[in-house]
Design a protein around this ligand. Structure first.
Ligand code: PRP
Ligand code: URA
Length: 208
């Protein structure tokens, strides 16, 4: 399995709070926002820099800025929306595309119902966001869609993953690095992650 588990103590602490069945939507959203920022800080660590001239109030100097291509954030609707603000706090100029997928409750297969992507897709690096990587069907299908539209550099950022989902994305998209806050034990018979945190979309939006 090829997956980066982010073991920073703040991330681990906040994931535990999110798992708690007694954590309500307001706190759940806030924690997801905070974890996304902490994960985003790590994921963007390797962005290339270039020199830029800047004039301080005192002198001219050569500073650093992020080089070349700009980033695109692609939340998988709905739950992936909960990770957008955190990423935009770090990278306010990122473009945001949307891919709508729901999981058929019987077959667990992903069904695409919406997509709207930035026009300069070939020139951007993308981070696909979705709190839950369960069977991996939704993430794999979203990445396939992005690639078909021309995306070349894609990372997948999830909160909680099951080994089954990691294996599917590794198999279908070996070029896509996966970043998670927690790698859980397994899926249950209904395709929910155990121990997991339940239905992320419902907990974010309070729709249960
Ligand atoms: C959830 C979750 C992922 C997907 C994961 O979305 O946010 O997109 O399930 O499952 P998979 O790895 O087995 O495909 P859901 O279909 O519940 O839709 P929602 O975000 O609109 O609630
Ligand atoms: N989707 C969720 O929201 N939670 C799971 O555990 C699996 C899929």
């Amino acid at each position: 399995m090829n997956v980066n588990v982010m073991t920073h103590p703040l991330i681990q602490h906040k994931v535990t709070l999110m798992r708690d069945v007694n954590t309500g939507s307001k706190d759940f959203r806030q924690l997801l926002d905070e974890i996304t920022m902490l994960m985003g800080y790590e994921i963007t660590r390797t962005l290339p820099l270039e020199d830029v001239e800047v004039e301080t109030p005192l002198v001219k100097m050569t500073g650093k800025q992020i080089a070349g291509k700009k980033l695109g954030i692609i939340p998988i609707l709905r739950a992936g929306l909960g990770m957008v603000n955190g990423m935009l706090s770090l990278i306010p100029t990122a473009k945001v595309g949307h891919v709508g997928m729901y999981r058929d409750p019987e077959t667990l297969q992903p069904v695409e119902y919406y997509s709207k992507l930035p026009s300069d897709i070939e020139e951007r690096d993308f981070i696909v966001t979705d709190p839950m990587l369960a069977t991996g069907g939704s993430a794999s299908a979203a990445i396939t869609l992005l690639k078909e539209k021309g995306a070349k550099h894609i990372k997948l950022m999830c909160l909680v993953a099951a080994p089954e989902g990691v294996e599917v994305v590794n198999r279908d998209h070996p070029d896509v690095p996966i970043y998670v806050a927690a790698l859980d034990e397994k899926l249950n018979d209904h395709g929910y992650i155990l121990p997991g945190l339940g239905d992320a979309g419902d907990r974010i939006f309070g729709t249960k």
